[in-house]
Design a protein around this ligand. Structure first.
Ligand code: B12
Length: 212
């Protein structure tokens, strides 16, 4: 069986130890980290997501798969860092209040660090005031918000308003993302940018940091 398929299958079964071993094997075979991520880990997580939607797997299985995903991703962290000129700048990132999904946020964080940006990770379930405080205290040029639930998306609008009320809206860019988010939603709440994946999120962040 191809190694990507083995990673995907073990991730779907929530076998974190096997995923870690396989990812290490793939790295040892000089397979690019990006391919291990896209064709192994993310491919497996896509299938889990589809099965969860169709009630073919339930929450405990998804939690185990998510743990395996995060452990596999951690091994790729340094390898995803890009060679060459590194950007500079500081951003804070978090998953919005009411939302515990952090796999996407962690991937975005990894890509940002890979580009040389400093990242303040606020974790999950982050209320608007905490983003604002972090941006002020840590002097961040970008606030990055992740949401995976349609019920928590509106918190992103609250974050835009909280920045306005704190008088920092012209000093920070606000970027939003997560599976249910779209460019249309970004425009609607007055955020500065939406991108659909972690790599494009990091590219956009670098552009904002170099312009500021
Ligand atoms: C894993 C998972 C979980 C895990 C999360 C574990 C963890 N540590 O993250 C657990 C089991 C805990 C979980 C719980 C729940 N989940 Co859930 N979960 C998922 C699942 C299967 C995968 C999500 C994921 O990690 N995808 C992989 C990552 C890499 O993708 P991503 O997050 O979209 O991130 C990418 C981009 O969006 C982007 N991005 C992400 N963030 C940002 C931020 C910025 C600034 C930018 C620019 C880009 C960006 O870059 C990333 C990489 O390319 C999805 C199904 C799906 N298809 O999305 C459901 C899903 C999101 N969950 C769902 C639900 C309903 C729930 C629960 C309410 C279930 C329940 N009954 O309790 C709870 C909610 C808990 C809570 N309060 O948050 C629904 C949401 C439906 C909706 N319309 O809102 C989904 C869509 C499943 C479904 N189809 O029903 N879940």
């Amino acid at each position: 069986m191809e190694i990507f398929e083995e990673i995907s299958l073990n991730l779907q079964k929530g076998k974190a130890k096997a995923v870690v071993t396989l990812v290490k094997d793939a790295i040892a075979q000089d397979i690019p980290a990006r391919e291990i991520l896209d064709n192994g880990l993310l491919a497996g997580m896509d299938i889990v997501g589809e099965k969860f939607k169709n009630n073919q797997v339930y929450l405990p299985e998804v939690m185990l798969a998510a743990k395996a995903m995060n452990m596999g991703c951690a091994l790729l962290k340094d390898l995803l860092k890009e060679e060459g000129v590194q950007a500079s700048g500081k951003v804070c990132i978090g998953t919005v209040k009411g939302d515990q999904h952090d796999i996407g946020k962690n991937l975005v964080k990894m890509m940002l660090e890979g580009k040389g940006l400093q990242v303040v990770d606020l974790g999950t379930n982050v209320p608007p005031a905490k983003y604002v405080q972090a941006a002020i205290d840590e002097d961040c040029s970008i606030i990055m918000c992740s949401a995976l639930l349609t019920t928590t998306m509106p918190v992103m609008g609250d974050i835009v308003k909280a920045c306005e009320e704190a008088g920092i809206r012209d000093k920070v860019k606000i970027m939003i993302g997560g599976a249910p988010i779209s460019q249309e939603y970004c425009d609607k709440i007055g955020a500065d940018a939406y991108t659909p994946d972690a790599a494009s999120a990091a590219e956009m962040a670098v552009r904002f940091c170099s312009a500021s």
